[in-house]
Write a protein that binds this ligand. Structure first.
Ligand code: FAD
Length: 280
């Protein structure tokens, strides 16, 4: 397996990539034009390199969703997106109907373009020393104009890979109310998630949204606080190994689905939980 690192000033990333078990060679392409990783800049180099490979795999994150459809059109191939399991060289499992069913795609194409949901796979081991080779590429040009990048600051774990996620719903009631969710998360070294209703209400930032149109998470533990359990939210948490739901409504779908359910008011339960954790 070869790994392509595209960016500028990314020697450190290439060195990290070379240490990943199973990597045969790291190919590195550096240019200021790659900094934004826009599809217009990245697709030409991928298309040039594609000839030597049967499988071209990327992450099903924002960059993958931008790059792979364009690459597929360029190579006249059908991409298989959001893969959660690989059953063979041409058999891939992916969710459909907002994660309510899984389909197995058997591809008859000679070359496979896949985007992978990283949260569905175990992290690879380290300790490798793959060779790092620069890739020749022409001028990097793109019609897209980069205006600004807004990245959230903070030292909370990444939602997509966190072992524990604490999620809050619209019933938290305000951005200040969300501080309660954040302080529980901080005590558990957990990432913070939110429903779309909470995000739309302005209580939580957009990149905390979990679900069909947000992040897909697969933590060991998901603590859902004041979240009803709409299908679109459940689509994002199906990889969670254990779920604790806290809700005033004993009939809420997530209360019924959770491994541990606590029927109660979040404004009483969470401060009590925090006080208990602080006593430990
Ligand atoms: P509600 O459904 O209003 O539930 C609030 C819950 O809080 C209730 O169960 C209530 O009993 C409980 N509650 C109230 N007060 C308290 C209290 N004091 N203590 C404890 N519990 C309390 N949603 C997502 O989350 N992610 C997505 O990616 C997403 N994508 C969508 C895409 C589309 C195309 C559409 C149409 C919708 C999408 N939604 C998504 C929205 C989704 O349908 C729901 O509206 C949303 O998930 C509901 O959020 P909620 O659970 O915070 O709110």
């Amino acid at each position: 397996m070869d790994l392509l690192v595209v960016g500028d000033g990314v020697d450190g990333v290439a060195a990290e990539a070379a240490a990943i078990a199973g990597v045969h060679r790291v190919r590195i392409a550096q240019d200021a034009g790659f900094l934004t990783q826009s599809a217009g800049a990245v697709v030409p180099i991928l298309a040039d390199l594609a000839e030597g490979y049967t499988h071209i795999v990327g992450s099903a994150g924002a960059v993958g969703r931008d790059v792979f459809p364009r690459l597929a059109a360029r190579l006249d191939l059908m991409p298989v997106t959001d893969v959660v399991a690989v059953l063979g060289p041409n058999r891939f499992v992916r969710p459909i109907y907002a994660g309510n069913a899984l389909e197995t795609v058997v591809s008859g194409q000679e070359k496979h373009l896949l985007t992978i949901r990283a949260s569905a796979f175990r992290a690879a081991a380290g300790g490798n020393e793959a060779v790092i080779e620069p890739v020749d590429h022409g001028d990097v040009t793109t019609l897209a104009k980069f205006i600004a990048a807004h990245r959230s600051q903070g030292d909370t774990p990444d939602l997509a890979t966190a072992q524990i996620v604490v999620g809050g719903g619209v019933s938290v009631g305000s951005p200040e109310g969300f501080k309660l969710i954040e302080s529980l998360a901080a005590r558990l070294s957990a990432a913070v998630g939110a429903t779309r209703a909470a995000v739309d209400a302005g209580y939580a930032p957009n990149d905390w949204q979990v679900g069909q149109t947000g992040k897909i998470i697969a933590p060991d533990l998901y603590i859902a606080i004041g979240i009803s359990g709409a299908l679109q939210h459940l689509a994002g948490i199906q990889g969670a190994k254990k779920i604790i739901a806290i809700n005033t409504d004993a009939e809420a779908p997530l209360i019924k689905l959770a491994d541990v359910s606590l029927v109660g008011d979040l404004f009483e339960v969470i401060p009590a939980l925090i006080a208990e954790l602080d006593r430990l």
